[in-house]
Design a protein around this ligand. Structure first.
Ligand code: ARG
Length: 459
């Protein structure tokens, strides 16, 4: 049991207590950040004349050698240490002797862990953003190739109006674009360095906090030492943004599962992204999409868990805050995996354009356009709505589409119909004429695709 304290204790810790308290099994993930932070700290301590340059050099090369040995597998991070901070310090002292004992001068594990976690989260905010960008690129490619791939648009999961595949994917493009915006905001807000806050009240050493902030690529130091060690807002924001990303991925997965079903057959998920059944030989299941949908719960769980952990904590640091790590590490890894796998699934998926178009041509997705046709001929909209309703009933009875009726049949329901009705309610017309900004008309869609390309060029 290697720990950084014990001087004022007369008994050693109960084994079970020690294990319950220890965080090494999960905070070992922060080794790189811990060492990076320590290097900045001692570089600053030397500049402020708290350490000699020999001491600083010895500490830095000791720290680097620990990192190298761990990454090469020559040194194991074992549970004989309480946490990653104790592991590093104990190993440093073993390697360089007394100079190693000066590493923690003017620092507490409270500001140390606050820094490590921020560095870790900052990297993963960037990584999540990078993965989302790749997803957006592949969505945009599908959009470019499918501005004229007609499909039904749905409300209440009932066919509503015709759209295109490009338009449908464009909706997700906007969602993931907003997700990236959120990550950018979080990054800006969190990018301040807590190092130098000490346990909670700063220190009497003449620390140059601006310098450590600069060395670690932060915008500047945080401005209140109590807040610096007690704040986990940035992590809650990140988990919230990850939850929103999962919510988007999950909705998208749900649609792909439906589209991939035998009833729809709008898409076919590639064999490489599907799995079989142990009993039913005919099955090819959309497990990846289902798992992405399924894993959404645990990411929401992480958010709720941390919100709950934080809600009753008096200032400043409390040990409860150690609970921020496992759930966050799990959520971060889960989301990164999900985005990557989802992107791979989308990239390899086949789109069955004929099925989509056929589905858009039945189900009366052109009923609104038929009503609008009458309106353009002078029929008030509410009356037109009623007429087309009756027309739909007639078609249901005859088991056909509006476009399948003869002009004579149409006229028997309303004599305003003329030969031009067929053109007006054709799938092509229905989609092509929807040219309002944000609409599915291919000409509008091409404009939006151009803007989306510019966005990706600049972001
Ligand atoms: N393992 C602790 C955590 O993750 C490190 C900080 C310990 N600080 C303390 N005052 N016990 O929060």
């Amino acid at each position: 049991m290697a720990q950084l304290w014990g001087g004022r204790f007369t008994k050693s810790t109960e084994k079970q207590v020690y294990d319950f308290n220890a965080s090494i099994n999960f905070d070992k993930k922060l080794l790189k950040q811990d060492i990076e932070g320590s290097i900045a700290h001692v570089t600053m301590l030397e500049k402020c004349a708290v350490l000699t340059s020999e001491e600083k050099d010895a500490i830095i090369s000791g720290l680097n050698s620990i990192l190298t040995d761990v990454s090469k597998g020559d040194l194991q991070i074992t549970s004989e240490y309480e946490d990653v901070h104790s592991f590093v310090e104990a190993n440093l002292i073993d390697r360089i002797g007394d100079a190693g004992k000066k590493l923690h001068t003017g620092r507490s594990r409270n500001d140390q862990v606050a820094l490590d976690m921020r560095l870790f989260v900052r990297d993963h905010v960037k990584e999540t953003d990078r993965l989302l960008r790749i997803l957006l690129e592949s969505l945009l490619k599908t959009m470019e190739e499918n501005t004229e791939t007609y499909m039904p648009g749905f409300t209440h999961l009932q066919k509503a109006q015709p759209i295109t595949l490009a338009h449908h994917f464009g909706a997700y493009f906007e969602m993931f674009k907003r997700d990236r915006d959120r990550l950018k905001d979080i990054y800006e807000r969190m990018n301040y360095c807590p190092l130098g806050a000490g346990a909670l009240a700063g220190t009497t050493y003449p620390l140059d906090r601006e310098m450590t902030a600069r060395l670690l690529d932060f915008k500047g130091p945080t401005l209140n030492s109590i807040d610096s060690v007690a704040d986990r807002d940035y992590l809650i924001e990140f988990l919230s943004s990850l939850s929103i990303i999962m919510m988007h991925l999950s909705r998208f997965s749900e649609e792909i599962i439906i589209w991939n079903s035998n009833e729809y057959q709008f898409v076919e998920i590639d064999d490489a992204y599907s799995t079989g059944s142990s009993i039913m030989p005919q099955k090819k299941n959309p497990d990846i999409a289902e798992l992405v949908r399924g894993k959404t719960g645990r990411v929401y769980g992480a958010l709720i868990s941390l919100l709950t952990t934080m809600k009753g904590l008096p200032l400043a640091y409390n040990k409860d805050m150690q609970e921020d790590k496992e759930v966050s590490f799990d959520a971060i890894e889960t989301v990164e995996n999900c985005i990557e796998l989802f992107t791979g699934m989308i990239k390899t998926m086949k789109y069955k354009k004929d099925r989509m178009e056929k589905s858009a041509s039945n189900g009366f997705t052109n009923a609104t356009d038929a009503a609008d046709y009458l309106v353009k001929k002078g029929v008030p909209f509410r009356d037109a709505h009623g007429i087309i309703g009756r027309l739909v009933l007639y078609c249901i009875d005859k088991n056909c589409a509006i476009d399948d009726l003869s002009l004579k049949e149409l006229k028997s329901i309303c004599d305003v119909f003329e030969e031009d009705i067929f053109e007006a309610v054709s799938l092509k017309t229905c989609v092509e004429n929807r040219l309002t900004i944000g609409g599915p008309g291919p000409d509008m869609m091409k404009k939006v695709i151009k803007l989306s390309k510019e966005y990706l060029d600049n972001n």
